[in-house]
Design a protein. Structure first.
Length: 377
């Protein structure tokens, strides 16, 4: 049984494990004070989901906005990296205690997990985080996850909790992701424009869908926008996970949106295995390979990438790194685990298999990137 409608997100048979993402604008008033009454209604909804038999993971931002107000930092704490990290340090403590208190009212335990991009990009650390989250769920706790803004630099950040939520869902084999925001969902154009229509169901995020999104956070407190939510939907849909964007401003937001069937549901296109899901969710690469048109067509048909189809090598990577694959126009068409380092790829690009063996002086591997270790976009 799979998720097909908004109501299915509360069906324990179709969605036994659910990730709920809550943005800064929903958690925090503009004056920096938490929306305690609203938070209590969300905690009540999470408790209701647990009573139905669903496991729930909460991805919640707001630590920077809250900490900035407490420390009286200008610009919401985002004028400098040092400001943001200091604000996050103070805000995380307060938010963690707030969530723990809210869930304790329902006899639930909260467990805080702070992640950086590298925690989910590095295979070993990813597996460690995955096991920690699974153990928390097994023990009946509600994981409260946020990006670790106290240590993450600009180069090693998710940049928004939308993609973090999708990556967490993929890592924990979750069935659905709910992104709570300040709009009803994705519209075919800006919601304030005349004739704007809410898109209720999307099967596959296309360039046309991306063109409908507007970047940036409407509140000015968060770091995401509709564009980041579409990127999150792409991560989810490749892992066989349904994702929905719903309005979260009012009390009891999940029940309101699901009962009214008001939101945008992104239905998955495919269901990659766990390893391919991890590759498909990767956001940072040490390099890339550019391929000719023939190789691009072969990859689309399910073939591995051979040296003969490689026309250019970029970056600095080692064997076993996940890198990007670009078509002749420079557009990323795949991600995969490479079988050679950069220097070897430069030596063998454009060569047939028998020429690869002669050039390297040993029996070549079956492919530069094998199809079992590659995800098409």
């Amino acid at each position: 049984m799979t998720i097909e409608t908004l109501l299915d997100f509360r069906d324990v048979d179709k969605c036994p494990r659910l990730v709920i993402k809550i943005g800064s604008a929903l958690l925090i008033h503009r004056d920096g004070e938490p929306r305690f009454d609203w938070l209590r209604t969300v905690a009540h909804e999470v408790a209701g989901a647990r009573e139905r038999g669903q496991e729930v993971i909460v991805v919640a931002s707001g630590s920077v906005a809250l900490g900035a107000a407490m420390l009286e930092l200008p610009g919401g704490g985002r004028e400098t990296l040092a400001h943001a990290q200091a604000a996050a340090s103070v805000g995380q403590v307060f938010l963690a205690s707030t969530w723990a208190q809210m869930f304790a009212e329902h006899n639930l335990k909260a467990g805080q997990v702070l992640l950086t991009l590298d925690d989910l990009e590095n295979r070993g650390r990813y597996l460690n985080a995955r096991e920690t989250l699974r153990e928390l769920l097994k023990r009946g706790a509600v994981p409260i996850i946020n990006e670790n803004d106290t240590t993450a630099t600009h180069e090693l950040r998710f940049g928004d909790n939308d993609r973090l939520a999708a990556r967490v869902a993929q890592a924990t084999d979750s069935d659905g992701v709910l992104l709570l925001t300040d709009v009803d969902g994705l519209y075919n154009k800006h919601p304030e424009e005349p004739g704007a229509e809410l898109l209720t169901e999307i099967r596959g995020v296309t360039p046309e869908i991306h063109a409908m999104a507007t970047g940036g956070s409407g509140s000015g407190m968060g770091s995401g926008g509709m564009s980041s939510k579409l990127l999150a939907a792409e991560i989810a849909e490749r892992a066989g996970i349904a994702l929905a964007i719903i309005r979260g401003v009012e009390d009891y937001p999940i029940g309101r949106a699901l009962s009214a069937n008001l939101g945008t549901v992104f239905l998955p296109k495919r269901d990659d295995n766990a390893f391919k899901s991890w590759i498909g969710g990767r956001m940072r690469f040490n390099g890339s390979l550019r391929v000719d048109d023939g190789a691009a067509r072969a990859l689309q048909n399910g073939n591995s990438l051979l040296a003969a189809g490689v026309v250019a090598v970029f970056g600095k990577f080692e064997r076993g790194d996940v890198i990007a694959v670009e078509d002749a126009q420079g557009r990323m068409i795949a991600k995969g685990m490479v079988e050679y380092d950069k220097a070897e790829c430069e030596k063998i690009m454009g060569l047939r298999s028998e020429e690869v063996a002669h050039t390297l002086g040993h029996v070549p591997r079956s492919a530069v990137i094998h199809r079992d270790q590659m995800v098409m976009l």
